[in-house]
Ligand binder design. Structure first.
Ligand code: GRF
Length: 204
């Protein structure tokens, strides 16, 4: 059983979906730790409600990005974490952090990367007027939303819909594909070669 840490700053709907999937036995791992940079993040309450060790680590208590990331690294190492799952964690992680956990950090981004990286991926795609957008699970590297892609799913934009309904439909897909990607990692089914992430099955 892999030990998973979820890092989240906000609402926590992906965290909720991951916790549900763990309970249903759909992820070969346990959420052993949850960390938020915001004291008021609903995600903290969601984790605590499920009996998960949930920490608020305040960026204001650290003098630099690196020193904050070092505190995160220490907490993750102390808890013997195998996989770090970013679920709406609104901080850019330093190279120090990324190098401490090579190919052990996953993120979900609400667009079909490499289109519309950064904040507001949904709004960016909506305002551009694309007909198809979606979401991407990827490994985290030192760039912005630029690591190897694990899973992607397209979501068509419905004519004249609002950004809100588009967001709801993208999030519903996120809640389905993120647990799948996490489970693949936990079962050692992901193999990264350069930019490509292969899903290993019995036949290959
Ligand atoms: C998701 O839309 C995810 O794609 C992005 O942050 C959002 C987090 O939402 N990285 P929630 O807190 O899981 O509801």
């Amino acid at each position: 059983m892999k030990r998973i840490a979820v890092l989240a700053s906000g609402r926590g709907s992906n965290l909720k979906a991951i916790l549900k999937a763990v309970k249903r036995g759909e992820i070969a791992g346990e959420v052993a730790l949850m960390i938020s940079d915001r004291a008021d993040a609903p995600a903290l309450e969601i984790a605590r409600g499920d009996g998960v060790n949930a920490l608020h680590i305040d960026p204001k208590s650290c003098s630099s990005r690196e020193s904050y990331d070092q505190v995160l690294i220490n907490a993750l190492k102390e808890n013997e974490i195998d996989l770090i799952v970013l679920a709406g964690f609104m901080r850019l992680l330093s190279p120090l952090f990324v190098q401490a956990f090579p190919l052990q950090i996953l993120n979900i981004h609400p667009s079909l990367l490499p289109a519309f990286p950064g904040n507001d991926g949904i709004e960016q795609a909506f305002n551009y007027g694309v007909k198809v957008t979606g979401c991407t699970v990827h490994f985290v590297d030192e760039g912005l939303d630029s690591g190897p892609v694990v899973l992607q799913e397209a979501v068509p934009v419905i004519q004249r819909e609002s950004v809100k309904t588009l967001q709801q439909r993208i999030q519903a897909v996120e809640h389905r594909i993120y647990p799948i990607a996490i489970d693949l990692f936990c079962r050692d089914k992901l193999k990264v070669e350069g930019r490509r992430c292969y899903i290993i099955d019995k036949e290959t």
